[in-house]
Design a binder for this molecule. Sequence first.
Ligand code: SF4
Length: 376
Amino acid sequence: MVRVGEIASDQPLGENDKKFLKIIDENNATHVVDAHELQDLLKKAKHVYDKNFNGDVWFERSIFTNWTCGIADCKYCFLSTKPKLDMEALRSPASILAESFVMKHMGWKVGYITGGLRVEPTDYMIELLKNLHVILGEKPMMNFGPYTKKEVESFAPYISGMGSAVESFDPDLHLFICPSKPLPALIKFLGYVRDQGLKILITIILGIGEKKSDVDEVIKYVNEYNITTVQLCFLKPINKTVFSHATPPNAEYMAWWAAKLRIACPKLTLKVALVKDRIADFSLMLQAGVNCFSRYLVFDDFGGNYAQELVAECKRANRKLIGEFLETPQIDVDVELAKLPLDENLKKQMRPKIELYLKRLQKLERPKKVESEDCC
Ligand code: SF4
């Protein structure tokens, strides 16, 4: 494992940086999972899962509204390497809505809308949320990180829930990783969301210095704040950050977290980030009691080998994958758009974008085998 403290950074490291990078390094070195312990946990987790869920597995795509951030200083984040609050990096509402339309018709879920924090004005977001509700048939979730009480109250009527990443349960380490997002403010935010009766999602990024014992903290917060979904991601080393050469945690460690959470929180929705090189481990995650997945690059990997592997992994775990991953269904875009009570001008802007998304999927689809018929 590469030590995070050894990572070359654009900025010279100060004494404080070195102190925390050493702590992260030491904590990451303890992420060892005993094979017997894992087997035992998997058995228990599967039992709890089977008692509480019906075997469905679904894809939750995160829809980005921007590629910039008003904070832009979290040490692991891609957006920390981009210009702060660059209003050129906003995505058009028509593009967001077109993607959501395609998601809905492919049987995939929009997990939440997300992006950098404190970028779009509240009124702009509310308009987008209302339109997303029309397209999805349900109120969307927002996952942008902590908002103030007033902001949560403003968004509450238009959403089903809100979420944030919780980068560390050690307040000092959290402040080092996210200098503008202190842990106490984040916990307060969870309280504001709970008080509005909304669903709560938290994202745990494994590999940025958590301890195995932090799973107990997560369980405590799930119970205290009625958290409905925990998303387990793992560190994706980003260039020009202090984590640029860090080694992401292995699949067994991630399964250990998933199984611990499943056993302690039987009703919790458990979601895992599923990137290309982790698809072969997906049946292990499902055995650990995971419900759904995010991060799958569906507009690159639809219909191809990764999609085949995804289907096979679900079968291997005896679970049912919901939605289309190999073939595009027939969608009459005009008919479906006409059903939606949206502004006509907005629909006009969405129409060509929907076509582009669908064409991209159709291009990736494997040609159907023509059945040979016996003619004589
Ligand atoms: S607030 Fe979110 S988007 Fe902005 S830098 Fe931090 S993690 Fe990245």
